[in-house]
Write a protein that binds this ligand. Structure first.
Ligand code: C5P
Length: 412
């Protein structure tokens, strides 16, 4: 059975500092990760970090009424396809072997029917002790999957068996090796993200509520899939994904210019930015002073970046976004047609979805097809959208290629 939901139990060893990286690797492979900390694990790694990387509140307490009400520990034990304990101390091995369940993690291990895997990590003298080895054997006999430990330098300055297996190796043993040829390898992708600032005067501007999270998540997902990604980004307060080049811009006009200056060779263009449709027609050189009860500012329409890219004769595959408050389908299909984009990703804004939130639900439209994605966190959604973009892009390139061939050479 494919593993898509893992409970990651973190116990109190120095190797716990590697668990945020482990969570990232698992998430990169599309796995949902619920972290469960033991009390001593908190001495080595913070709940804040693990919550940020996993995208789920960390669980640590069997007696917390609020978290138990949201998903009780029995339900959580059934939710998982696998319980992974990394690092696993001598103490947790002993508890698992004896079947004692004084806290949430050990209770989950008893209550689950899912497979259990542990990655032991401890001082090498502890690891070879009879008591620990006896527990290891008992666990193995009961079907617990033991990963490692590795042999080598230890945090205590000594050398020997007891190092936790690396996050990459843990993921490879549980899920198999990552695909050797990422689907977007060799592809170049240009993504716009964030809002634009349209200056009124030297101190004021018009903007919108975009946080940039969706565009940044897409950049991360495309990069994970092997693409060379350039983000043309309006002003945001989030950090770009590691390895993604960012070109910061302010206004819609700046964004338009930056996009067209870097479009050469791009295979895919994703317009995830919430571009201001209008700019101030006449930006005041000096700060506008308060005078009178009303103030009117004339606006002029900005060029449509997405439409201008879609209009290029040998341009990239184009993906646009449509954030709407009503009539999602109608507006999205109208945009697909008007802007001549290859795909439109549409979402309702308001009701805790869309702008400035961590979750999003979208409907995607293209000529002759559509697909809905229910509410999920933006990182997960970005991976799902990337898969669909790759599929549609391949289909589109195939159609374009066969259209150019003489009819006798085209086969089904
Ligand atoms: O028309 P609307 O602004 O709702 O269209 C949204 C889509 O068009 C987004 O993909 C956005 O990035 C893009 N857009 C653009 N240039 C504009 C306005 C919108 O590229 N001036």
């Amino acid at each position: 059975m494919a593993i898509s939901r893992i409970i990651l139990g973190v116990t109190g060893g120095i190797a716990a500092y590697k668990t945020p990286a482990l969570v990232r690797r698992l998430k990169d492979r599309g796995v949902e990760v619920q972290v469960v900390l033991t009390r001593s694990a908190r001495e080595f790694v913070t709940e804040t970090t693990l919550q940020a990387v996993s995208g789920l509140p960390v669980r640590d307490n069997l007696w917390d009424k609020e978290t138990e009400a949201a998903m009780g520990h029995i339900e959580l034990a059934r939710w998982a396809d696998l319980v992974l304990i990394a690092p696993a101390t001598a103490e947790i091995m002993s508890r698992l072997a004896s079947g004692s369940a004084p806290d949430l993690l050990t209770t989950l291990c008893l209550a689950t029917e899912a497979r259990i895997a542990i990655a032991p990590a401890m001082n090498h003298v502890m690891w070879v002790k009879d008591a620990v080895q006896e527990n290891r054997r008992r666990l193995e006999e009961r079907g617990v999957h033991i990963l490692g430990p590795d042999d080598g330098d230890q945090a205590c300055g000594e050398t020997g068996p007891g190092r936790m297996v690396s996050p990459d190796d843990i993921v490879a043993s549980l899920l198999g090796p990552a695909a050797a040829h990422p689907v977007l390898s060799g592809k170049s992708i240009l993504i716009t993200a964030g809002p634009t600032y349209e200056a009124i005067d030297p101190v004021r501007y018009i903007t919108n509520r975009s946080s940039g999270k969706m565009g940044y998540a897409l950049a991360a997902a495309c990069q994970e899939a092997g693409a060379d990604v350039l983000l043309v980004s309006g002003p945001v307060s989030i950090s770009p994904p590691v390895g993604v080049k960012v070109l910061p811009v302010q206004s819609a006009a700046d964004m338009h210019a930056a996009v067209h200056a870097h479009l050469d060779g791009a295979d895919i263009f994703v317009g995830a930015a919430a571009v201001s449709d209008y700019r101030v027609a006449d930006i005041s050189r000096d700060k506008i002073k308060k005078s009178g009860d009303d103030l009117s500012i004339a606006l002029a329409q900005n060029a449509d970046i997405l439409a201008s890219v879609a209009a290029l004769s040998d341009g990239p595959f184009t993906v646009g976004f449509a954030a709407e408050t009503t009539h999602l389908r109608e507006h999205a299909l109208a945009k697909l047609e008007k802007k001549k984009a290859d795909m439109i990703v549409a979402n309702l804004v308001g009701k805790d979805l869309g702008f400035d939130t961590d979750d999003n639900a979208v409907d995607v439209y293209w000529k002759g097809g559509e697909q809905s994605f229910s509410k999920r966190d933006k990182a997960m959604l970005a991976r799902d959208l990337t898969t669909l973009i790759v599929e549609r892009h391949l289909e589109h390139s195939h159609t374009a290629m066969t259209a150019e061939l003489p009819a006798t050479m085209v086969r089904d």
